[in-house]
Design a protein around this ligand. Structure first.
Ligand SMILES: Cc1cc2nc3c(=O)[nH]c(=O)nc-3n(C[C@H](O)[C@H](O)[C@H](O)COP(=O)(O)OP(=O)(O)OC[C@H]3O[C@@H](n4cnc5c(N)ncnc54)[C@H](O)[C@@H]3O)c2cc1C
Length: 387
């Protein structure tokens, strides 16, 4: 052992303090045990997935009923944090989903959303193509064959303040936070899990790994078949018609557009009139075999669909998807290291569930009852077909 190595002991540790890790840390810190949180950067930061100013949330999660309890609990916990600390962590501007009126495989998302909302009495409105054209004239590409789902109590979560608040609260509750500390090795010992980082050795009874796109790297490719990482890019353009894109006229939007094979454009309104409108279409970076230019994105994804947006690209940002083959979540114990729990809840739709997941994993560690997680097990991830 290195003579200058710091040796720490804890009941619980969390590796990675993005959306998932920060939520787990915050909940564990309230448990009374000794808790350590470790991150290789200083979160919130721009290197992982939990940044970018906005993340869409919706209660009717078309990804499947197994996700519903996480998002519903996350919404409750978010409201609790906002009330208790007098902060705004979410823009409640509603979420609008547009897709083909007739269900086909590429746009069944809209139909699955409506069905889930109906089955679970989630407040929503179904909009015809005529309604969409009247209510959102800035969506110039809406066709007669499209319909919409509007969820008024949904909208956009603010990732950076949420992460900062949870990490600060964990610290206040006694958690030790180690930033700019990269974990290099995780092994088991008789009493739990041993973590090695630069100049540090930490032994903890139970450990959650929420390392996002670096998860597989931490285990030397052990989960390469299950976790794949893709670079994603967002584009923020100047609005010419600023009024049309302010939050009172424009909700958080997911539009599965017919003209481009059902590809979804996610769009966020302006914060203030001087800001830009942020657009995201999954895998555009890969489509262009390199860095898609703002001009190409504008021609393909904006000009045919959105009025009142200038060609001026104000900002473009990279973010990483960590996806399982069927775009589900992985929440399970490591098969070979007792006490080590894997949290890879991303696949492009994890943020809205993070608070509920954090609470569940913390409850699991302290021995409280938790909902069945078998839908997110390693075995399920291995066996599920690609989507
Ligand atoms: C472009 C884009 C748009 C998205 N939009 C939405 C949306 O609208 N709605 C939604 O619900 N979800 C959305 N998502 C998904 C959501 O952002 C992710 O599910 C979520 O942020 C994942 O959080 P995480 O904590 O798992 O990973 P990350 O945020 O990547 O955090 C991982 C952390 O681990 C740390 N780390 C890694 N390796 C080590 C190590 N060796 N030692 C110490 N620390 C380490 C990193 O520094 C990082 O802080 C989107 C994702 C992207 C990329």
């Amino acid at each position: 052992m290195n003579a200058h190595q710091t040796i720490l002991e804890a009941d619980y540790a969390v590796i990675g303090l993005g959306a998932m890790g920060a939520s787990i840390l915050h909940r564990l810190a309230r448990s009374g045990g000794k808790v350590v949180g470790i991150d290789k950067y200083n979160p919130p930061h721009r290197h992982g997935a939990s940044h970018g100013g906005h993340k869409v949330t919706r209660e009717a999660v078309a990804e499947g009923p197994a996700y519903l309890r996480f998002v519903q609990r996350s919404n409750e916990l978010l409201c609790e944090l906002e009330r208790r600390y007098n902060v705004e962590l979410m823009q409640r501007i509603g979420t609008l989903i547009i897709g083909s009126e007739v269900a086909t495989s590429s746009d069944s998302f809209l139909h699955a959303t409506v069905q889930l909302a109906q089955a679970n009495e989630i407040e929503h409105q179904v909009l015809s193509s005529k309604d969409l054209k009247r209510l959102y004239p800035q969506l110039t590409g809406v066709t007669d064959g499209e319909a919409g789902y509007f969820e008024p109590r949904a909208g956009s979560i603010r990732p950076e303040p949420l992460l900062s608040l949870q990490i600060a609260l964990a610290k206040q509750a006694g958690a030790e936070i180690l930033i700019n500390t990269a974990v290099t090795r995780i092994t088991s010992f008789a009493g739990g899990v041993q973590i090695e980082a630069d100049g540090l050795r930490l032994r903890a009874g139970q450990v959650a790994v929420a390392a996002g796109r670096w998860t597989d790297h931490l285990f030397n490719g052990r989960f390469a078949d299950i976790l794949s990482v893709t670079q994603q890019r967002t584009f923020t353009f100047k609005a010419l018609d600023t009024l049309a894109y302010l939050p009172d006229r424009f909700p958080a939007l997911m539009w599965f557009r017919e003209g481009v094979g059902g590809e979804c454009a996610t769009v966020f309104p302006l914060e203030r009139s001087g800001d830009g409108v942020k657009f995201f279409v999954a895998d555009t970076e890969a489509d262009m075999r390199g860095s898609m230019s703002g001009n190409q994105f504008y021609h393909h994804h904006i000009q045919p669909y959105f009025g009142g947006i200038s060609r001026d690209l104000l900002h473009s940002e990279i973010c990483a998807y960590t996806s399982t083959p069927d775009k589900g979540f992985l929440l399970d114990w490591h098969p070979d290291i007792p006490g080590l729990f894997l949290v890879s809840a991303c696949s492009g739709h994890g943020f809205k569930h993070a608070l509920g997941i954090g609470e569940t994993i913390a409850a699991l560690f302290v021995g409280n009852s938790i909902p069945d997680l078998s839908a997110f097990s390693l075995k399920q991830s291995e066996g599920r077909p690609s989507r």
